[in-house]
Design a binder for this molecule. Structure first.
Ligand SMILES: Cc1cc2nc3c(=O)[nH]c(=O)nc-3n(C[C@H](O)[C@H](O)[C@H](O)COP(=O)(O)OP(=O)(O)OC[C@H]3O[C@@H](n4cnc5c(N)ncnc54)[C@H](O)[C@@H]3O)c2cc1C
Ligand SMILES: *[C@@H]1O[C@H](CO)[C@@H](O)[C@H](O)[C@H]1NC(C)=O
Ligand SMILES: *[C@@H]1O[C@H](CO)[C@@H](O)[C@H](O)[C@H]1NC(C)=O
Ligand SMILES: *[C@@H]1O[C@H](CO)[C@@H](O)[C@H](O)[C@H]1NC(C)=O
Ligand SMILES: *[C@@H]1O[C@H](CO)[C@@H](O)[C@H](O)[C@H]1NC(C)=O
Length: 588
């Protein structure tokens, strides 16, 4: 713990700020001069000629800029001419490139956005309203699977589809519990928690980590041992982009049966859907942990009548006969028959969940397809439910959804392994909930009018649900990024602003994340609209773990004398406040 006091060593941190005059944004030099100084620094750091480096550092005038930018835009809302664009995009090909990108962008006073798979629902990995660069990790994508060790190293720029495929290549009875969309990136997904259809059996992706590598604010490459348990904990669900650049994770593979079962059952509002959804709440989160039954609720028009369709989409880690007999007892309302079930391999089930209807006839190589530069428009929000919604509540919800017309809901059941893991084991706090709600709306047409309407539907339905969902704080899942729940301007009120969304995403774990952030990145270099803030200056007499202090200073028992007075703790557009930690090791 950060607050541990050792009797023989106590470390007091004094914080000293030097306000260095910097050009403000309005006075900032033309971007080609930013590009040139970045390129020069990057080339020196990596000991590579500038001509060669230019293949991995793109200014806006580079002919490749636009396709590199668009390749990993996954939401067409942020693919318009008015979407803010980065001054530079860096596409590192080695760890030392990542290191250099951090070191070389720091003095330039640009925000560094980190992008792996680009699936951030509100585009935070590739847009910003402040001048910014993008560090695009997509070239760092290797995955190496070690079946004997039941583990794999997966790089930040790999996709989940690639991870699943590489595991399957080597073993038909191993898998990994992560998301159901194969183009999602490892970097954002795992640093933000990561869940999929095996979470009731194995927990989240972050419950199955062994090691990690990051580049910290000083450009150092650290693994679990050298970063320490606090920082490792923070990047196991506390969100990418607050603590450093994740290079990759070492994951623990999990055993999967050679045959699994999938099924989908649908009902409509006037023929059983209300009862099915109502009953689902008491079965989905409590049944056999081998069974994951997602509930999709969608307003539709059927035979010219507006209604609601409820669909159960399921994965069972076992045979069809067993799940049919289990559910005939626990969930007769579902009327599941063996004919509704399909048996297949685990990898085929991942294809099926990715909407390959004929999964058993689909070439698994489609998981290596990155589908570059394609996306529809979309918006997501989230909530958690801790007590069952009464039948009348579900009925009123269906009516509301018909009235709104487009937005749908996805209920993801928890329970099983999820409920067994302590709330503070990782930054992800929503362990004891019955289920998570995702609010989901997608559309194809580019129209500001339509967009306004759909974004509003999401807000209206979220507000309608207030009485049914967790409160104090109302909670949310970080990987379902939602800027409606609060953003940070990183000015004087940064901590206060951060607490608003931070408590929703992390509950009681927020405070520990802030302490770690304050130690590892006191100058708040790694920031985005919803990153973890540093502690306000008044609260900064932190007594950190001696190990962290030493690593930070790079020297044992360092003694230094602070000579300057404390300056304003704020970022303004006209100056960068650099922060120095000066450490006195007493009674050593
Ligand atoms: C179609 C779709 C399906 C999804 N399905 C699931 C699902 O089944 N389960 C689930 O849990 N989530 C799901 N998600 C959400 C997804 O997990 C998050 O959006 C996740 O953050 C995406 O990771 P990314 O690397 O693709 O995104 P990015 O947009 O690249 O990054 C997301 C965030 O992480 C930061 N980040 C990215 N890479 C790094 C890095 N290397 N180091 C530090 N910070 C980094 C970014 O700066 C940004 O803040 C889905 C999203 C989409 C669009
Ligand atoms: C990725 O590949 C590089 C070069 O082949 C290798 O040095 C590195 O160890 C690999 N990383 C992982 C995570 O497997
Ligand atoms: C399930 O199978 C039965 C029997 O074949 C069939 O009548 C029913 O329509 C199926 N249900 C679904 C949702 O496919
Ligand atoms: C799935 O397979 C069936 C039978 O082989 C075929 O008729 C159908 O067109 C296929 N569907 C898709 C979406 O490929
Ligand atoms: C972005 O827009 C262009 C057209 O301007 C289109 O060709 C491209 O597919 C779009 N990409 C995404 C990711 O929406």
């Amino acid at each position: 713990m950060l607050t541990t006091r050792r009797t023989f060593v106590s470390v007091i941190f004094f914080i000293l700020f030097l306000s260095l005059p910097r050009p403000s944004f309005s006075q900032s030099p033309p971007s080609n001069s930013v590009y040139n100084s970045f390129l020069k620094c990057f080339s020196e750091r990596t000991k590579t000629p500038q001509t060669q480096i230019a293949k991995n550092v793109f200014s806006q005038s580079n002919p490749g800029y636009s396709s590199v930018l668009r390749a990993y835009i996954r939401n067409a809302r942020f693919n318009t001419s008015s979407t803010p664009k980065p001054t530079i995009i860096v596409t590192p090909r080695s760890y030392s490139h990542v290191s250099a990108a951090v070191i070389c962008s720091k003095p330039l006073n640009f925000v560094l956005k980190i992008r792996s798979g680009g699936h951030d629902y509100d585009g935070l990995s590739y847009i910003s309203d402040k001048p910014f660069f993008i560090l695009d990790m997509s070239n760092l994508r290797n995955v190496s699977v070690d079946i004997a060790d039941q583990s794999a190293w997966i790089s930040a720029g790999a996709t989940l589809g690639e991870v699943y495929y590489r595991i399957w290549e080597k073993s038909k009875i191993h898998g990994f519990p992560a998301g159901v969309c194969p183009t999602v990136g490892v970097g954002g997904h795992i640093s933000g928690g990561g869940y999929g259809n095996m979470l009731r059996k194995f927990g989240l992706s972050v419950d199955n980590l062994i090691d990690a590598k990051i580049v910290d604010v000083n450009g150092r490459i650290l693994d679990r041992k050298s970063m320490g348990e606090d920082l490792f904990w923070a990047i196991s669900g506390g969100g990418g982009g607050s603590f450093g650049v994740v290079l990759g994770y070492k994951i623990k593979l999990v055993p999967v049966p050679s045959v699994v079962t999938v099924f989908r059952v649908e009902q409509y509002m006037n023929s059983g859907a209300v009862d099915m959804v109502h009953k689902w709440q008491s079965v989905g989160p409590k049944t056999d942990p081998n069974l994951f039954m997602r509930m999709l609720i969608q307003p539709v028009t059927r035979k010219k009548v507006k209604t609601v369709r409820a669909s159960v989409v399921a994965l069972f880690l076992g045979r069809a006969n067993d799940v049919v007999s289990l559910l005939s007892k626990e969930f007769p309302e579902l009327a599941l028959k063996k004919e509704n079930c399909t048996e297949m391999s685990w990898l085929q089930s991942a294809l099926w969940w990715d909407n390959h209807v004929n999964a058993t006839q689909t070439d698994p190589k489609v998981f290596l397809d990155r589908n570059l530069d394609t996306s529809s428009f979309g918006k997501r929000k989230s909530d958690y439910v801790a007590t069952e919604i009464p039948r009348a509540g579900i009925e009123s919800l269906f009516k509301k959804m018909i009235e709104l017309g487009k937005i749908g809901l996805v209920f993801n059941p928890y329970g099983g392994k999820m409920a067994e893991i302590p709330v503070n084991a990782t930054p992800f706090p929503h362990r004891k909930k019955l289920f998570k709600i995702q609010y989901s709306v997608n559309w194809k047409e580019s129209s500001p009018e339509l967009e306004k309407g759909f974004l509003n539907q999401a807000k209206v339905l979220h507000s309608f649900m207030t009485g049914f969902v967790s409160k104090k704080p109302r909670s949310a899942y970080l990987n379902y990024r939602d800027v409606d729940i609060g953003v940070n301007d990183h000015g004087e009120n940064s901590y206060k602003e951060g607490k608003v969304y931070g408590k929703k995403y992390f509950g009681k774990n927020f405070d520990r994340l802030v302490k770690i952030k304050t130690v590892v990145d006191p100058g708040n270099f790694f920031r985005n609209e919803q990153s973890i803030p540093t502690l306000p200056i008044a609260k900064r007499t932190v007594v950190p773990e001696p190990g962290i202090a030493r690593r930070l200073l790079g020297a044992k028992g360092a003694t230094a004398v602070a000579t300057a007075s404390l300056r304003r703790w704020s970022y303004t557009s006209s100056r960068l406040v650099d922060c120095f930690l000066v450490c006195f090791v007493l009674n050593h």
